[in-house]
Design a protein. Structure first.
Length: 264
């Protein structure tokens, strides 16, 4: 599987040729389904990045999200990045400082940055809203991209930026631009699996597209869980569980011998 996975060089070679498909996934089942469906790139956060997830991800290129705030110092990021790559990650997502990104890149670690709407830093851009809708704001995004490029990053998530702005910026950078709600001018279309499958309980962003209603199914399954647990509890109360078939038998002679030894 390792040899079939695309490399950073492969993704760079596809820039401007076709749109990559990218999903944020959280379970081995989701990762395996994404691979089977022909998804190119997966995003998986560090705490759930395990050898099992790597195996489930198959031939997908995987970026590992290093959690901003959970990691603080450069050394924190370096250790986490090496651990992620050792498990089989192909790149790491890092929203830390340009200095940290530069130092990770200097170690040969492929780093994906973030521009536009950055959830961990929304206070600087006015909250959870689009970025780049004015010339000044669009130039800020462009300068962010060029700064990441200079720091040695290989790509950047560009989130909730006008499509035309994304397209013009993408033409002017070597970075692999991963578009989340930023149009087709970048190099990949990036969504969260929970939005695609329709099971998120929070506000659904404008760029999300729902393809299935897993929430209704999850709610149905939860009611089935509750019903099953109630039936089990009722069986315990009534003595209906356990039945003879659930018990370990012992030969009568052996049991009599056991009782004899207890009384000795």
């Amino acid at each position: 599987m390792k040899s079939k996975r695309p490399t950073v060089a492969d993704l760079r070679a596809l820039k401007g040729k076709r749109q990559l498909k990218m999903l944020f996934v959280e379970t081995p089942d989701e990762a395996a389904a994404a691979c089977a469906a022909g998804i190119d790139v997966l995003s998986i956060i560090d705490p759930i990045w395990t050898p099992e997830m790597r195996e489930a991800s198959g031939s997908c290129f995987v970026q590992i999200g290093l959690l901003y705030g959970d990691l603080c110092t450069y050394e924190d990021y370096l250790r986490a990045a090496h651990r992620a790559i050792k498990i089989g990650g192909d790149a790491v997502y890092c929203a830390a400082s340009l200095d940290t990104i530069s130092r990770l890149a200097a170690e040969g670690i492929p780093v994906i940055g973030h521009v536009g709407l950055i959830p961990s830093k929304v206070t600087w851009t006015g909250g959870f809203k689009a970025v780049g809708k004015t010339a000044e704001s669009a130039m800020m995004v462009y300068h962010q991209v060029k700064a990441l490029e200079a720091a040695g990053a290989v790509g950047a998530e560009i989130e909730v930026v006008p499509a035309r702005v994304t397209a013009e910026i993408s033409k002017r950078t070597s970075l692999i631009m991963l578009s989340m709600g930023a149009g087709t001018g970048g190099d990949a279309q990036y969504l969260f699996s929970e939005d695609v499958l329709g099971y998120t309980r929070v506000h659904q962003p404008r760029h999300a597209k729902v393809y299935r209603n897993f929430r209704a199914e999850y709610d149905r399954l939860q009611q089935e869980r509750i019903a099953a647990f109630k039936e089990f509890a009722a069986d315990v109360d009534s003595g209906a569980y356990p039945e003879e078939k659930h018990l370990v038998p012992i030969d009568d002679a052996e049991f009599k011998s056991f009782l004899k030894h207890l009384h000795d």
